[in-house]
Design a protein around this ligand. Structure first.
Ligand code: UTP
Length: 404
């Protein structure tokens, strides 16, 4: 098998990965060979060129005013679905959180000032509101990655899941993809391991299926999955009114959105692309798209996504295995240099590859964009300071009456 691998690496111009193999004990040699056997080499063909986009048109949202008019109907429908065990929550917590610069899973970050208040705790508190409202424990699936799985599980266990029922918490680990340096070479993390990074948040459903947690999901007859980011401390998940609005609308999926703060705000925006729901990134928008307005003065491309989506499980099964574009991100990635020394770079040095959950929206026929109030539901903790940082999130928590 070693010879087959070595020939493959030679063809791919990646023979350096075996440079130190002879120095390793036998078990580590076979560990490296096993890793190479299953490694996804497709990243070597990724040039970073973004996929050509189709014809864009505005997609209109259910606005706060629209929702208010139908609130009771939506809420009733949503509560019924939740009580009937039709809805599950999927917390995406496999990211590396490199911008925050916290060396533990982001959910373990203490955002409290005068008391301990962890990001995971904020999310669970919000979900517990729905548990109380519906009298139902909602299955909570937590996606971790190879690097943070153990810390995440231990932390939540130590804190008794912040009051959530542990029977209703299920973990699964996402896949990894190799990282590539600026010369197109795969990297070694140490002598016996090829450097890999989590494959982005778009792989969540495939990883969920692969892990087998889906079996418990099937048993529970879940029809809708609400998938959301770990880093929004005001995140309202499995919101009965949102769930009910999607069901009533007959659409295949739903996305919580906020009105853009300004035409040039750096946020992905919901739109129609070739007639299908889609998300256009801020840097992909033309000036005309950025500034175009409706008759009433609102921006035509007004609805920024906040990484809170609801998908139908049968539709997710239909798209399982379909190609999602790989996006590459230039990051600081630790590696083993030619002399066998581990280097921790201070500047970005290599690419990691990710599929994104927002690209799953495009594979659905229809999507309900559902407006929520930014100040009440959107407080992302992305950066150490400045925009979307610990400080801005703390202010928003206070504004919402959360003691910090
Ligand atoms: P981000 O895009 O903010 O990525 O993730 P990140 O890796 O957490 O942070 P940076 O870019 O290194 O600073 C948005 C959401 O998607 C999850 C994150 O945990 C967060 O909830 N995510 C991201 C995953 O679950 N897996 C991934 O591979 C990437």
């Amino acid at each position: 098998m070693k010879n087959v691998i070595s020939e493959k690496l030679s063809i791919l111009n990646q023979s350096h990965l075996l440079k130190h193999i002879k120095e390793l004990p036998e078990s580590e040699q076979s560990g490296l060979i096993n890793q190479l056997e299953t490694l996804d080499f497709s990243v070597l063909h990724e040039t970073g060129a973004e996929e050509k986009r189709g014809h864009m048109e505005p997609l209109y949202a259910a606005t706060l005013a629209d929702i208010e008019k139908n609130r009771e109907t939506y809420r009733k429908t949503g509560i019924e679905a939740i009580r009937n065990g039709k809805v599950g929550a999927v917390l995406l917590a496999g990211g590396q959180g490199s911008r925050l610069g916290f060396n533990k899973p982001k959910g373990m970050f203490n955002i409290g000032v005068n008391r301990e208040l962890y990001i995971f705790e904020c999310l669970i508190n919000n979900l517990l509101d729905v548990v109380r409202e519906t009298g139902t424990w909602i299955p909570l699936f937590i996606m971790t990655s190879t690097d943070n799985d153990r810390d995440t599980r231990e932390f939540l266990e130590e804190h008794n899941y912040f009051g959530y029922s542990s029977d209703n918490v299920m973990f699964f680990v996402q896949e990894q993809l190799p990282t590539v340096d600026t010369n197109g070479k795969l990297m070694l993390a140490d002598r016996g391991t090829v450097s890999t990074a989590p494959n982005g948040n778009g792989g969540w459903y495939a990883s969920m299926v692969k892990s087998g947690v889906l079996k418990s999901l099937k048993k529970a007859d879940i029809e809708w999955l609400n998938v959301f980011a770990v880093d929004n401390v005001l995140q309202r998940m499995v919101d009965p009114c949102f769930i009910g609005a999607i069901i009533e609308s007959g659409r295949q999926c739903g996305a919580k959105v906020v009105a853009k703060a300004a035409p040039d705000e750096r946020v992905g925006v919901m739109c129609l692309e070739d007639g299908k729901p889609s998300i256009v990134e801020y840097y992909e928008m033309t000036d005309e798209m950025r500034t175009r307005r409706e008759e009433d003065g609102t921006l035509s491309y007004n609805w920024g996504v906040i990484l809170n989506y609801v998908f139908r499980t049968d539709k997710l099964n239909d798209i399982l295995g379909m190609h999602l574009p790989l996006h590459r991100a230039f990051k600081k990635i630790k590696y083993l240099d030619e002399n066998g020394n581990i280097v921790i770079p201070e500047e970005p040095n290599a690419y990691k590859f990710e599929t994104l959950v927002l690209d799953m929206v495009k594979l659905q026929d229809s999507c309900l964009a559902y407006e929520v109030e930014r100040e009440k539901e959107f407080a992302p903790v992305k950066n150490k300071e400045g925009v979307d940082s610990v400080d801005t999130a703390r202010e928003l928590l206070k504004l919402n009456g959360v003691e910090i």
